[in-house]
Each structure stands twice: as C-alpha cells, then as structure tokens.
Design a protein around this ligand. Structure first.
Ligand SMILES: N[C@@H](CCC(=O)N[C@@H](CS)C(=O)NCC(=O)O)C(=O)O
Length: 243
C-alpha cells in the first residue's frame, strides 16, 4: 500500500497546524500504516482544501473520506470493537469536534487580532513579504466569510469562547479517566480528538482556547498520552515539497 499525505507546511516540532491534516496523520500513526508527507504551500486538490491523500495512485480529498479509504485498503479498522451505541456516540463527538469546535479555533487564529499576528509570522512567514502583503488580507477575508457562513463567526468572541468551553466540558466529561475516548483502545475518534484538542492546547499559535483545555487535567493528560504514542518516539518521515 502506497500512501502520500499532502498537508500544509508546518512549523518544526509540531505535527500540523491544520487539525484536519493532523487528524489523518494521527490515524496513520495509530493504525501503524506507513506513509510519506508532501507539504503544500496553499490549499489545493479536488476540494480546494487540505489534507489530500494519494492512496495507491487514487487522489482523495477530505479527512473523513481519506480515513475511510485508508481503512478499507489497509484492512485496519480502529472502530471494529465498537457496538452501535458506541459508534453513534463517537460519530456525534467527531462532528462536534470537526464541525463546531474547529470553527472556534479558526476564529481565534484568524480573526482575533492576537491570533492573527501569530498566524502571519508562523504560517505566512515563509512567504516573501510583498507576496504576504497581498495574500494575507485576502486569506483573512475569505476565512471571515466562512465563519459568517457557518454562523459561529456572527457571535462576539466571549460567546464563541463560552460555546467552545461547553464543547470541551462535554469532551472532558465523556473521557473521564479512560485512556482513550471510547475506552481502553484507541479508535478513529481519537485521531480527531487528539488533533483538534492538541491544536487548541499545545500548538505554536496560542489562543484563549488554551486555557479552556488547561481547565481539564484529563484532556491535558490525554494530549500528552497521544503525543507520546503517536509522535513522541519516532520522528515523522521527512516531508518533501512538490517540485
Ligand atoms: N472537511 C474537510 C475540511 C478540511 C479543511 O477545512 N482544511 C482547511 C485547513 S484546516 C483548509 O484547507 N482550508 C483552506 C480553505 O478553506 O481555503 C476535511 O475533513 O478534510
């Protein structure tokens, strides 16, 4: 099986600032499937977003579709041990993380001025300054429109924080003292949960969301556990850039 994962360039020492890219890479690590990374400067691919994967020559966009295909081709089903109710809960939590909590992260990185200042140096900092001066405001305007379209971005920052805190409370209460979200074994929900919660808590762009995670010691310990298991010991394969 040949897997190429295309994801955004990311600062050294951090798997990926895009939680969707990091979700796929975390799944690959949990499943023990070999892959190589090709970094992309801008979103592209069939859906104009990243991640994209090329699996045995087939190009697939969208983290959910990528993981479904990876699972089918590799024969590794991290959710094989779940019954129907557990699958239902895992699905609901995954959607909460991917479709709601994610947008709070987007808001505090791209729209909040303190986050935006960091994003410009960390994410766009590799671009030559004249290009950055053109690209940065266009990208920010696009993200602002996406947040309005979603709806969360129409709220004031305090309300966005309050709703993110509710999501994190639900996640912390569900996790309790289990090692993984669905019990003793990692499932595909952990790929999402780790990638997104760690991006809130540990990533090299700090936002007020960090303190919301820090209020839950079990989520903090969870991030450390998954970090150690997935990215701690062996470094990721060296990434290449497209020629
Ligand atoms: N539903 C997609 C979402 C992917 C996504 O939103 N990726 C972001 C980065 S985290 C992106 O490429 N954004 C660029 C854009 O929207 O222009 C998935 O699950 O892969």
């Amino acid at each position: 099986m040949n897997v190429e994962l295309q994801q955004f360039h990311t600062p050294r020492g951090w798997p990926n600032l895009s939680p969707f890219c990091m979700k796929v890479e975390t799944w690959l690590r949990l499943a023990g499937v070999d892959y190589r990374v090709v970094t992309q400067p801008l979103p592209n691919g069939p859906m104009g977003k990243l991640p994209v994967a090329i699996i045995d020559g087939e190009k697939i966009a969208d983290s959910h579709s990528i993981i479904a295909r990876l699972s089918a081709v590799s024969g590794v089903d991290l959710d094989a041990g779940l019954d129907a109710r557990q699958r239902a809960a895992a699905r609901a939590f995954e959607r909460l993380i991917n479709e709601h909590l994610y947008w709070a992260l987007v808001y505090f990185r791209w729209i909040d001025d303190a986050g935006w200042a960091q994003m410009q140096s960390v994410v766009l900092g590799r671009m030559p300054l004249p290009l950055r001066l053109v690209v940065a405001p266009v990208a920010r305007r696009g993200v602002r429109a996406q947040l309005k379209g979603h709806g969360l971005g129409r709220h004031p920052p305090q309300e966005i924080l309050r709703r993110a805190a509710q999501d994190l409370q639900a996640l912390a209460d569900w996790l309790g003292d289990q090692p993984y979200f669905m019990g003793d074994d990692a499932t595909s929900l952990d790929a999402s949960a780790y990638a997104f919660i760690a991006n809130l808590y540990d990533a090299p762009v700090e936002t007020p969301l960090k303190a919301l995670v820090a209020a839950h010691p079990n989520l903090v310990a969870y991030c450390a556990r998954l970090q150690q298991r997935c990215f701690g010991r062996d470094p990721r394969p060296p990434a290449t850039s497209p020629t």
